[in-house]
Design a protein around this ligand. Structure first.
Ligand code: SF4
Length: 281
């Protein structure tokens, strides 16, 4: 088997996928809420090393149909480099039908429509993308400053290229003071793009992270309690009016209430479930 460079993360939906590390760490690594790759320096792995790992995994799991390319933002790689990896993966795994990656908002913004179309043609299918918040003010505070319009353009570009996107939003990220703006602007993004999957997580800060996280919140940061998190969730769902069908989940380990459905079909039912729980709190 191959020896992974730890820590290794993958989306929950990739539990049965072959995992190949094509980059190490995150090329950005500055978001104040995130500690995932803080122990790693970002690096693009050499092709020969990636190919060796693909060979090894193919010798054990030749019939695999899904592959996830780690680490934090494999889409940051040069497009040609990523294409060589995709070509080799499909050559060695004849039954492969889905390859996915994590991408930061900056990576997707940097890729042209032509590059994304080429990647899709070469077998990249799904991009995991952290929106976190649609509010630029909040994004600046968490040190992930990218404008709403850039995120909307990037996600629509991916859709135009035929790529599926799975996006995450973090409830509680803006604290009490900026909660209204956080939810309004985040719903505004979803209503203007065509994502395939949408998940909401709840803000969880690792020990020792709190001071770093709150330092950009002028006037202090007040963490939302469980009830306020669910109120944000409800308000977010109420404001969602996407133009396409979106598969919605809130079943991350951080979520105090697991919800699942398809928007818009299940929107009313999800809001009713939340209202019912909120009444009892
Ligand atoms: S871009 Fe993603 S992986 Fe990188 S620091 Fe931010 S949240 Fe973490």
């Amino acid at each position: 088997m191959i020896e992974y460079n730890q820590p290794l993360y993958r989306p929950p939906a990739e539990a049965n996928s072959v995992i190949i590390q094509v980059t190490l760490g995150c090329s950005f690594n500055k978001c104040t809420f995130c500690t995932m790759y803080e122990s790693k320096d970002y690096k693009v792995r050499k092709l020969e090393d990636v190919f060796k790992d693909i060979d090894t995994m193919a010798s054990f799991y030749q019939d695999s149909v899904k592959m996830f390319l780690a680490d934090g933002d494999a889409l940051n790689m040069e497009t040609n480099h990523l294409i060589k990896i995709l070509d080799y993966a499909y050559l060695k795994f004849p039954k492969l039908r889905r390859v996915s990656v994590y991408a930061s908002a900056f990576n997707l913004n940097d890729k042209s429509l032509e590059e994304l179309k080429l990647l899709k043609e070469k077998g990249l299918n799904l991009i995991y993308y952290g929106i976190e918040s649609g509010s630029y003010e909040v994004l600046k505070k968490i040190q992930k400053p990218i404008s709403q319009i850039k995120m909307i353009d990037s996600l629509n570009k991916a859709y135009q290229a035929g790529l599926k996107t799975s996006v995450t939003v973090i409830l509680g990220l803006a604290g009490k003071k900026y909660s209204f703006e956080h939810i309004k602007e985040t719903a505004n993004i979803i209503n203007q793009v065509k994502v395939t999957y949408l998940s909401t997580l709840q803000l969880m800060l690792e020990e020792g992270r709190y001071q770093k996280f709150i330092k950009n919140f002028d006037g202090g940061f007040k963490m939302l309690n469980e009830k306020e998190m669910l109120e944000e969730q409800k308000s977010f769902l109420e404001q969602l009016n996407p133009s396409n069908k979106v598969i919605f989940r809130s079943n991350h380990v951080s979520n105090s209430l697991a919800l699942a459905g398809t928007i818009p079909k299940d929107k009313t039912r999800l809001i009713e479930e939340l209202s019912f729980i909120l009444k009892s709190l």
